[in-house]
Design a protein around this ligand. Sequence first.
Ligand SMILES: NC(=O)c1ccc[n+]([C@@H]2O[C@H](COP(=O)([O-])OP(=O)(O)OC[C@H]3O[C@@H](n4cnc5c(N)ncnc54)[C@H](O)[C@@H]3O)[C@@H](O)[C@H]2O)c1
Length: 259
Amino acid sequence: MISLKNKNIFIAGGSGYLGSVLCEEILKLEGNIFLADQDIKKSELVIKKLQKKYSKSKIIFSHLNMIEPESISKNIKLAYQKFKYIDGLVNATFGSTSDKLSQLTAEKFNKTNQINLTGSFLLMRGVANKMKKGGSIVMFASMYGLVSPKMEMYPKNINPNPIEYGAGKAGLNQMVKYFSSYYGKNNIRINAIVPGPFPNITKAANNNKKFLSNLKNSTMLKRFGKPIETAKPTIFLLSDASSYMTGHSLIVDGGWTAW
Ligand SMILES: NC(=O)c1ccc[n+]([C@@H]2O[C@H](COP(=O)([O-])OP(=O)(O)OC[C@H]3O[C@@H](n4cnc5c(N)ncnc54)[C@H](O)[C@@H]3O)[C@@H](O)[C@H]2O)c1
């Protein structure tokens, strides 16, 4: 039922924990990818592996820094040069600090939200303006744009999910609605995917079994999500299987926000 055959998908943050699995799923469905990411080393590894496995697809890497408006417009230009048309855009980047609320500076708050908000805005608008035959855009938001982290769940050595991140992701959910209203007449669908806990487990967290088990037990399914479980819903939103969905925030959180 789901096909992305010959569809060209621009994935910002495509080398990340969730983004790289999404790239592979798109390639399995015979789509092509323009992978744009800030981390060149990590991207080279991801690209090498994918090119080896999916030699028939077009796989292009480009360095992107979501903080810099010129970098965003350069990437959009390059993607259109390489592909002529972009059918789908995914943004799986994010900015956050690991600072405590009491220590977070205005400068850091703004810098991270240049990625979550300003960069996302420029990327969405830049691509949408060029989608003359329509298309699908998916923004990675977060359950922490809908609800607050529970402060008492965090042990001393782990800072709670930070305020600038949740505020940015909440704004991203709203932007998705605004953009879908603005571009609906152009047959461009714009949705958010709202992941719950998909931790790429850190050493600090790994050492804290109680914290991890509290996190798991905050979901109804009593487990963390696997990257493939965000990839498949994202593919659904990119494909015609969701052709009447726009302005929607699809929550993929094992039930975390539904209690
Ligand atoms: N993993 C989770 O538990 C979780 C939960 C909720 C939401 N999300 C969202 O899902 C998306 C993917 O998260 P992830 O876990 O794969 O994170 P990740 O850190 O593994 O991947 C993010 C990618 O974005 C790239 N990136 C960061 N800053 C950038 C910039 N300024 N310009 C260009 N690229 C940049 C990084 O190099 C990285 O490859 C993010 O939007 C995140 O907020 C993740």
